[in-house]
Ligand binder design. Structure first.
Ligand code: PLP
Length: 431
């Protein structure tokens, strides 16, 4: 055994640098979190060596005695974390990521070219829910299925459930998808279930972003209404990077069989057992009462940032947040999300540019997305968030000042930003 530092100093140094970056700056990317050392230990373990195609008790490889125990434990913990009755719900913990979990779900329940309706990307939806543009079908979910997205009302930022219902009557989807990547409000699953029921469509929730909040019961519960629920495991759930698919059991175990066969062999090969171990460790933590405190604090923190920014007159999509994220509409200021993201990067603040409802270009979106999952894991509270919001206000004011002299072109703006004393000072203050 040669330690990484000796065996591969280059990779070791990159990891050291990234560790410093993650903990010296303010991590505000809504889809990220800081997972525990125990989770990382399991994720980096010897379990990576093992092949185990198939399911516990029915593998295509020998030597899976312990892997079977691990996968069953992970399944049990997943059901427990979401307070699900194993007689009613089952779970597949093998998806490599949220995207593959979603595609496996479509493969399980739909025929090619069946119709799906998910929240549109510029409205805060995810790529894998049927994203396409006027020029191109972008996601495999729009290449292999017909997609008709629903949207938020541009004047309020809230999902327009009436329009969704009207369009569903016309389009007659086979599946309605709830869930998104940049929607700052909770979901009305009852309304979506009504739409799905009228169309005899499946109702799927992709709770990737909010799964930690759902498990902690501080958001509405999709399991009361949906046929199938997918999630990533690395966002507010705070596990390693992967996905899970929860399915409602039917009497002939037909859905169960279809979901399991869609994950393997239809869409994936052997499970990543080291990751499944990491998920199991994270799910044990989710069942701990401390996790509910964490999830409650995530929302309070997000609302604390929203309050300061709104108080300064800035425009937030839906005027606030009731989950872990805020979508800040920069268009009234004449700024783009790219410029603000870049200034933040120069000041050790990490967030991402994001489309806001009504944006015409995905390349130059008019907003930024801010999330509180990671900073809350570092035990930061509302007072800290007020400080974070003050830093964000400075970022925007500095951006406006720079733009006044540099003009609007991003290259000129960035050149001026790198030379700006105000940016350098902000960087020092953040560190
Ligand atoms: N679903 C939603 C709602 C997401 O936000 C994301 C990622 O951000 C995914 C799915 C895809 O997850 P992954 O990156 O693990 O494929």
């Amino acid at each position: 055994y040669t330690p990484l530092a000796e065996a591969d100093p280059e990779v070791h140094q990159i990891i050291e640098n990234e560790t410093y970056r993650q903990f010296s700056g303010l991590e505000l990317i809504a889809s990220e979190n800081l997972t525990s050392l125990a989770t990382m230990e399991a994720n980096g373990s010897i379990l990576t060596n093992k092949y185990s195609e198939g399911l516990p008790g029915a593998r295509y490889y020998g030597g899976n005695e312990y892997i079977d125990q691990l996968e069953i434990l992970c399944q049990q913990r997943a059901l427990k974390a979401f307070n699900l009755d194993p007689k009613i719900w089952g779970v597949n913990v093998q998806p490599y990521s949220g995207s593959t979990a979603n595609f496996a779900t479509f493969t399980a329940l739909l025929q090619p070219q069946d119709r799906i309706m998910g929240l549109g990307l510029p409205s805060g939806g995810h790529l894998t829910h049927g994203y396409y543009t006027a020029k191109k079908k972008i996601s495999a979910s729009s290449i292999y299925f017909q997609s008709f997205p629903y949207n938020v009302d541009p004047s309020t930022g809230y999902i327009n459930y009436d329009e969704l219902k009207k369009n569903a009557d016309l389009f007659k989807p086979r599946m309605v998808i709830c869930g998104g990547s940049a929607y700052p409000r909770d979901w009305d699953y009852a309304k979506l279930a009504e739409v799905a029921k009228t169309q005899s469509a499946y109702l799927m929730a992709d709770i990737a972003h909010i799964s930690g909040l759902v498990a902690a019961q501080v958001q509405n519960n999709p399991f009361d209404y949906c046929d199938i629920v997918t999630t990533t495991t690395h966002k507010t759930l705070r596990g390693p990077r992967a996905g899970m698919i929860f399915f409602r059991k039917d009497k002939d175990a037909e859905i169960e069989g279809r979901v399991n066969a869609a994950v393997f062999p239809a869409c994936q090969g052997g499970p990543h057992n080291n990751t499944i171990a990491g998920i199991a460790v994270a799910l044990k933590q989710v069942a701990d009462p401390a996790f509910k405190e964490y999830a409650t604090a995530v929302i309070k923190n997000s609302q604390a940032i929203a309050k300061v920014l709104s108080g300064k007159g800035y425009k937030l999509q839906t005027d606030g947040s009731e989950n872990h994220l805020i979508l800040w509409d920069l268009r009234p200021l004449g700024l783009t999300g790219s410029k603000v993201e870049n200034i933040c990067d120069l000041a050790h603040i990490t967030l991402n540019k994001n489309a806001v409802s009504g944006d015409t270009s995905a390349l130059v979106p008019g907003g930024v997305r801010i999330g509180t999952g990671a900073l809350t894991s570092r035990s930061m509270g509302e007072k800290d968030m007020e400080k974070v919001a003050e830093f964000l206000d400075r970022v925007v004011q500095i951006s406006l000042d720079i733009q006044k002299t540099s003009g609007k072109k991003l290259v000129d703006f960035m050149k001026a930003a790198r030379e700006s004393d105000a940016v350098k000072q902000l960087n020092k203050d953040v560190e």
